[in-house]
Write a protein that binds this ligand. Structure first.
Ligand code: NDP
Length: 246
């Protein structure tokens, strides 16, 4: 993949998909700046990467706070002198039917999933524009394309990410910075753990490939979009969903 010695920031790296992305980058020789709000989980990830001979830095940040996003990028540059890749992966759900959805549930999800990505993109765009190269990968969701009952806030945030992706792709293309989105289907992580067996069974029936995805399925797509081989791809939405949405 020729990613060796590149520097990647991964938000939401303390568990689930973000952790798998961080480990996949590290295995390719990428210097990883792992970020989330849980310091302990980040430290254990960094220790794991270092044990395997890789380089990593933990930065505690709440992406919904613009100062934290600015500080995250500043710390990455201070440690590794550049930022080649940003993966906006941090995300939350606060599900509920529309008529019962609280203002707080709407705000928390939009602030983390969409505003958080905007803050990180804006902060890193300055660095990548100066470098005249970079890769930004936004982790959206299949439900941002399809909609899902009980997830108006989450789907709006994930659909918003697609608009952000395409607009910023157009703005930064001249600087040789590509911006793409991945729309995962249902992936087995803590986020989907709460599903009942019955719900999981019904869901699996709707997936042509007949299984939930693994975090590594998303990590492999991220590696590709971050690689030199993907240098002519920008403003695109890559579905990694087992065929559940075509
Ligand atoms: P998890 O709930 O397992 O992990 C979410 C990650 O985001 C954690 O590392 C969490 O860390 C971090 N995070 C949450 N809020 C913030 C915040 N305000 N600032 C910084 N970090 C934050 O989720 P998944 O791994 O399943 O999901 C990862 C991404 O993939 C999300 O954007 C999700 O929407 C998306 N996705 C997931 C799917 C799935 O089926 N699992 C399907 C489609 C998309 P901490 O709590 O330590 O801050």
């Amino acid at each position: 993949m020729m990613l060796s010695d590149k520097v990647a920031i991964v938000t939401g790296a303390s568990r689930g998909i973000g952790r798998a992305i961080a480990l996949a980058f590290a295995a390719q020789g990428v210097k990883v700046v792992a970020s989330a709000r849980s310091a302990e989980a980040l430290e254990s990830l960094v220790a794991e990467i270092e044990m395997q001979g890789g380089k990593a830095l933990a930065v505690v940040a709440d992406v919904a706070t613009s100062a934290d996003a600015d500080n995250l990028v500043a710390q990455a540059v201070a440690a590794f002198e550049r930022v080649d890749i940003l993966v906006n992966n941090a995300g939350i759900t606060r599900d509920g039917l529309l008529l019962r959805m609280k203002n707080d549930d709407w705000d928390a999800v939009l602030d983390t999933n969409l505003k958080g990505a905007f803050f990180c993109v804006r902060a890193v765009a300055k660095v990548m524009s100066k470098q005249r190269c970079g890769r930004i990968i936004n982790i959206s969701s299949v439900v941002g394309e399809m909609g899902n009952p009980g997830q108006a806030n989450y789907c709006a945030s994930k659909a918003g990410l697609l608009g952000l992706t395409k607009s910023v792709a157009r703005e930064l293309a001249r600087r040789n910075v590509t911006v793409n989105a991945i729309t995962p289907g249902f992936i087995a992580t803590e986020m989907t753990e709460g599903m009942t067996d019955k719900a999981r069974e019904t869901l699996t029936e709707q997936i042509p490939l007949g299984r939930l995805g693994e975090s590594e399925d998303i990590a492999h797509a991220v590696l590709y979009l971050a690689s030199d081989q993907a240098s002519y791809i920008t403003g695109q939405v890559l579905g990694v969903n087992g065929g559940m949405y075509m």
